[in-house]
Design a protein around this ligand. Sequence first.
Ligand SMILES: [Fe+2]
Length: 196
Amino acid sequence: MTTTDLPEGALVPFTVYIDFESGDLTPDPVVLRRGLADLAGYFLSDVETATPADGDMYSVHEIRVPATNNNLLSSTTVLQPGKVGDEYFMTKGHFHATRDRAEIYLTLSGQGLLVMALEDGTTETKEMRPGIVNYVPGHWAHRSVNTGDEPLVFYAVYIGDAGYDYATIAEQGFPVIVVEGERGPEIVANPRYRRA
Ligand SMILES: [Fe+2]
């Protein structure tokens, strides 16, 4: 088939292999890496107190297609285990720039929590472990937190024109944070959260 045969907006079908343990994609992923310095200000404690103190906190491996509402964007995320103070390593988290766009998460390995929040401060937190599908409806900001000892690996699929609004979370934080308590992970109010 040549591309001249395709209807307008259509792509040639393709296949990608995902390694569930490592999150690696084959072939040709676009990989974004986020280290401790990228997460400065997202935790209550200084990221310089993190354990482990170096390396990537997480990486995102994208399957690139045009970011339009007739396509599905998808990626694997590999979130390393660790803590900054009492808080577990986590992704920055975002609203979708187009607020009503939904997303699906499928956890492939590891364990964690998916923290979601509406702009009015309402929160929902759901478990992430292999085989669990988390449905994130539109309007819910979302952040994943690795509460285990191994990398948390998940596959996410979302509508192509969803876009990202990281700034709102960077300014306001999430209403809750996930900390290590005496009996494991605890979801507690974020003392630095401020609503718009
Ligand atoms: Fe998203």
